[in-house]
Design a binder for this molecule. Structure first.
Ligand code: A3P
Length: 291
């Protein structure tokens, strides 16, 4: 049928016409899709992710609201599952940013190509996304793969995101947004990938329904006890630390390697930019709770 041969660009364009759109946070146009605000320019990639992504049991999906600890979680997860693959001095994170090593579905994988071949990626494949749980591809929700969600106290997430947006190269309709104005919109759920609580609740309920598939983490807990958090992530992913490894300090090695202090001082994270949108260094601001 004609529907089957339609190119997703047209599909996404057609669907866009039927959906509510807003200039969210004065930054760029967002579309409300299944209850959540997504950037219009990512909409095609989000639909392609839903349409084409085929989850494997061994896949790991890292889900977050922006600024909740995505960069940190990417580095930690990559180091945990690849600790037997790379010696620490040859870790790819020394020369590539966490966002290069663990791509986003909507900014990278499905933005670069409509239906990329992901079969050749060695297991476990790690992807990340800001997509809300209800909008994830069915394939992820139906498979036995692992999802890790990390969230952050909304006050800190809001401040971190608002400051990040000021650093971003913004769209032509954009103007700098005052904090109180941004905060009012945030409280009403009109913010990138919001509403905040619904985003968290989607993943929280998924965790309650299927704790073996969905791990729910809080940024503050990682800050408080990173050793325990690394152990928890490793066990959840099926890569537990043996007693020998623990005695040899394998957990401390990963926690130090992925620390704000270490990652933020690497040349690769100090220079360059993310998709021409924002400096890589903007992903490392303060890394503190209660700012
Ligand atoms: P702040 O702006 O409060 O400093 P994301 O990675 O989801 O974009 O979130 C970015 C936030 O996490 C920023 O918060 C950033 O400083 C902090 N962050 C980045 N890397 C970190 C790390 N290795 N350890 C702790 N926090 C980190």
């Amino acid at each position: 049928s004609s529907a089957q041969v339609q190119d997703p660009k047209d599909e996404s364009q057609e669907l866009l016409q039927t959906l509510e759109q807003q200039l969210v946070w004065n930054s760029s146009w967002f579309v409300k899709y299944d209850g959540f605000w997504f950037p219009v320019r990512l909409f095609k990639a989000i639909l392609s992710t839903r349409k084409y992504f085929k989850a494997k049991e061994t896949d790991i999906i890292l889900s977050t609201m922006p600024k909740s600890g995505t960069t940190w979680l990417k580095a930690l997860t990559f180091c945990i599952v690849n600790r037997d693959v790379y010696i620490i001095d040859e870790n790819p994170l020394l020369t590539a940013t966490p966002h290069t090593v663990v791509p986003f579905f909507e900014y990278n994988t499905y933005a670069e190509q409509e239906n990329p071949d992901l079969e050749h990626i060695p297991s476990p494949r790690i992807f990340s996304t800001h997509i809300s749980f209800n909008v994830l591809p069915n394939s992820i929700r139906e498979s036995n793969c692992r999802i890790i969600y990390i969230c952050k106290n909304p006050l800190d997430q809001f401040i971190s995101h608002w400051l990040f947006m000021l650093e971003m190269k913004i769209g032509k309709d954009a103007k700098p947004l005052a904090m109180d104005e941004a905060f009012d919109m945030f409280c009403q759920g009109n913010h990138p990938f919001g509403p905040f609580w619904a985003h968290m609740l989607g993943y929280w309920n998924a965790h309650l329904n299927s704790p073996q598939n969905v791990l729910f983490l809080k940024y503050e807990d990682l800050k408080e006890d990173i050793t325990l958090s690394i152990k928890k992530i490793a066990e959840f992913l099926g890569f537990p630390f043996s007693l020998d490894e623990q005695k040899q300090g394998a957990i401390q090695q990963i926690s130090r390697f992925c620390s704000f202090e270490h990652l933020s001082t690497l040349e690769v994270n100090k220079n360059g930019n993310f998709l021409g949108m924002v400096k890589n260094s903007s992903f490392f601001r303060k890394g503190e709770v209660g700012d």
